[in-house]
Design a protein around this ligand. Sequence first.
Ligand code: NDP
Ligand code: HSE
Length: 404
Amino acid sequence: MSSIAVLGYGVVGSGVVELFYKNKESIIAKAGTDVDIKYILDIRDFPDSPYKDKFVKDIDVILNDKDVTVVAECMGGVSFAYKFVKACLEKGKSVSTSNKELVAAKGAELLSLAKANSCNFFFEASVGGAIPIIRPLHKCLAANDITGVAGILNGTTNFILGKMINENMGFSAALKMAQELGYAEKDPTADVEGHDACRKICILSSLICGRHVYPENVYTKGISDISLEDVRYAEKFGCAVKLIASMKKLADGRILPMVMPMLVPHDLLLARVDDVFNAVLVCGDGIDKAMFYGRGAGMLPTASAVLGDVIEEIKCGKCTDISQTWEDSADPSFVAGHEESINKIYFRISKTDDIGIKAIEVIDDSDDMVFVTGPMTLLDAENLGRKLSESGVNVKAMIPVLDI
Ligand code: NDP
Ligand code: HSE
């Protein structure tokens, strides 16, 4: 018999409990042993819950119960989550978490702690919600040299962009809807400004390159500057505007992770990923390209990933997964800056006779001049924007075009 404890009974935690009891019989069959949820830890009271007898407020109850072999952490944040997860791993209890902030900040340390205590720190739910991506990367695709990934990794911003573009909904109303549906972070600035997507690309990059990539070393820009005008012009160029988190391996062995809105050509599947859906395009020397797609946020989709890890843990019985790991890295010199990225660039500027370069596509509208350049480094693009501004041109938008 294996006992599970769930930390946090919010959107994800309550989804874990609901999905577990809905499919308990088949979960037991797949786990190969009897399983139950013994405790649910939350600071709030749930007197009307059918599970009210399972609620505890003191983590020590869970830590001191030898029956609990696996803990699903769904509280969020770093402070308490870190303290509780660390204590669980030190007791040899495996952890499955949906908390990308925790993995991106403390992953290397917690993975090493799990190894030292012959248990696991699993985090399939931390990237892409329901989409299996962590395990495929280090297991199914283990034979490849993964050369890059690019994805839509934040459901809230993809949902907001879709509502604004397709339904003419205002930004605030679309954000409110995403919050009501349980997609957004507690502080939705993390979604809107790209920090959540940044944490996720850090996790994927760390797993791919074997060294911890910290969010503070990754260029991050969110969707708050995206205007509907740019979305409409992008359509004329055959592209959709999406918040893209990407990582490329460079020829010298460094990696280049970044998060920014990009024009995605319609012939890439990523351009057609809408609503709360996420997608990750993985490039490798064996596979060429593989695409992973599914619901990127929400109660049951995320619970599915958390429970998948819980079942995996119960099945493998405290055998540490050696391929799901990376080392800590104090020296960030293996992470290149976004200025080195080479892309075509979309510019929207006030009218001028000379843009100083030969653009490959130009739309000359009544007020604005809109053009796409040939491939250039983002450093050169920023310099071009600066030069145009200095000559009195109003540079209204500058957005790279995704190239993968
Ligand atoms: P919620 O805020 O809905 O749930 C978190 C729950 O944990 C709340 O009930 C909260 O109580 C409780 N909690 C917080 N701190 C403590 C503590 N110290 N002790 C006990 N209970 C505590 O968040 P979500 O369920 O949306 O998200 C949880 C985690 O999963 C986050 O890391 C999030 O980023 C991640 N995630 C969320 C997804 C989603 O679609 N929502 C998808 C993928 C990942 P209180 O409300 O009183 O603070
Ligand atoms: N706030 C996150 C999102 C939750 O919208 O993608 C899933 O990680």
